[in-house]
Design a binder for this molecule. Sequence first.
Ligand SMILES: NC(=O)C1=CN([C@@H]2O[C@H](COP(=O)(O)OP(=O)(O)OC[C@H]3O[C@@H](n4cnc5c(N)ncnc54)[C@H](OP(=O)(O)O)[C@@H]3O)[C@@H](O)[C@H]2O)C=CC1
Ligand SMILES: CC(C)(CO)C(=O)C(=O)O
Length: 373
Amino acid sequence: MDIGTGTSRIGIAGAGAIAFGSAALLHRNGHDPMLWSPSSAGTAALAEGAPLTASGAIEAEFAPRIADSAATLAAENDAILIALPGYGHKAVMDALVPHLRNGQHVIVSSHASLGAIYLLQALAARGVTLPVTAWGTTAVTGRKSSATEVRVNTVRSQVDLCTVPDARADCGLAVCTRLFGDRFRTRDGLLAISLSNLNPQNHMGIALANMTRMERGETWSQGQNVTPNVGRLLEALDAERLAIAEALGLEVRTIFEHFHLSFHVPVASISEMNQQMHAAGNGGTGPATADSRYVTEDVPYGLALTVALGELTGRPAVLHDAGIRIFSAMYGRDFRSENDLLAALDLGRASLDDLRQAARTGLLHGAPASAAS
Ligand SMILES: NC(=O)C1=CN([C@@H]2O[C@H](COP(=O)(O)OP(=O)(O)OC[C@H]3O[C@@H](n4cnc5c(N)ncnc54)[C@H](OP(=O)(O)O)[C@@H]3O)[C@@H](O)[C@H]2O)C=CC1
Ligand SMILES: CC(C)(CO)C(=O)C(=O)O
């Protein structure tokens, strides 16, 4: 993508809270977003002409362009932002791959389970070369309050990213800064970004400790319910993640930096920081159903990758592993087997060196046949 100046056309795959909130941020920054809902359901009201309204940390009312297909989204935009839960990434990438072209730029927010490698390999098989920038989290947080409204809870001060292949790192940072503002910090490759997504560990503790509230469909404050014991569990989960990063020689944010940079509260214990967020009206609302991405996304696409990296680095993530086992028992599902990205990448066949290299080149197990020829 030409870094350029002025208005850029950005296609957003997704029509949930983050897609709407990111569209509002792009609009506020003078860009021209287009939304694509894979089932069309998420954009039906907008397609009929209703404006998108953002409130909270971003106040805006505007009419984003709406795509009727992945082909339209790819054809009519300079860059694509994938902004939906990890369990939709492979299907959406598969839909986009035939239509993406050299020179475009893809951003994945939040990046999940080495999806950038899956995408780059699929593109390489078509002979298409473009940079994929992976974000450790999202630029905004929020919830959809109706089919056309999003409540933006916060715009984060800092988002970790990396670009694959790493030779395009400067371009990735420049593109993201121009589109979303000066809020990005480049991390050292895709393994660092994979270990920079704190949702899986945080949501594990929050969902485990509040499962009956979720199952009973209660309305409950997320921040307030990060009580001292829950806070200590999150800190212990964080220590497992940081030990893996240390074994890999990677610098990643701590859970304390995460809450400070995302929710603008001073550093304290994790429980105290969450109580402060709650007091400031910024603690968020926990899931009101057990069918929540806190489990259905974060267990298979988040905890499972951390456990795999723990095994490869000799720093077993025993609490993360226990989380997968407990949620699988609770839901009567084998969450470990639900990750279609890691299965497609055949991660079990990869050594740590293979992964380290792929985290920079985007190619695992060598280049695809058609790209190599
Ligand atoms: N919301 C937040 O504050 C935060 C979110 N995140 C992360 O950001 C990402 C997006 O979150 P958010 O927008 O809240 O999630 P939502 O659940 O609101 O996303 C809904 C969107 O995902 C699409 N989708 C759901 N399942 C599939 C599927 N199987 N295949 C294709 N598309 C699918 C829906 O499609 P359709 O339109 O067809 O219904 C819809 O467009 C997630 O990874 C989340 O963990 C991270 C931090 C904060
Ligand atoms: C609510 C929040 C910001 C913190 O758990 C979040 O990460 C999410 O909704 O996924």
